[in-house]
Design a protein around this ligand. Structure first.
Ligand code: AMP
Ligand code: ZN
Length: 114
């Protein structure tokens, strides 16, 4: 998708700090980390957010959640806990309109989220 910063990261046009990559998914470090561990899980397929999902994306999103758990375990945060966050719409803080999942860990987290 033209003018999408995450599509440009996925294509390599914009550099990133990669944690994991396969055919479906790129996982990078967030450029403005909000926790000691703050990763972004980016499906390589461009869609805006969950409102823009099609039925064919169901398995992809399930895969992303499973991979987030695997990475949290690998990084040693499974016992302390970790948070997966995903914003849908500018009104709740979505600033990049290519669906992505924040994986956050390594500090205390409030509930409800702000
Ligand atoms: P959201 O506000 O939920 O749309 O999340 C977008 C996230 O992308 C924010 O946490 C930003 O810090 C992060 N971000 C924006 N540009 C980059 C970039 N070039 N590399 C890594 N993370 C980025
Ligand atoms: Zn995109």
């Amino acid at each position: 998708m033209e003018n999408c910063i995450f599509c440009k990261i996925i294509s390599g046009e914009i550099p990133s700090r990669k944690v994991f990559e396969d055919d479906l998914l790129l996982v990078i470090e967030d450029i403005v980390p909000q926790a000691p561990l703050h990763l972004l899980l980016l499906p390589k397929k461009h869609f805006i957010n969950c409102v823009d999902m099609a039925a064919e994306d169901d398995a992809l999103v399930g895969y992303i959640f499973r991979k987030a758990g695997e990475i949290a375990v690998e990084k040693g945060f499974a016992d302390a806990g970790f948070r997966i966050a995903q914003n849908n719409g500018a009104g709740v803080g979505q600033s990049v309109f290519h669906i992505h999942f924040h994986l956050l860990a390594g500090r205390e987290f409030a509930w409800p989220p702000g």
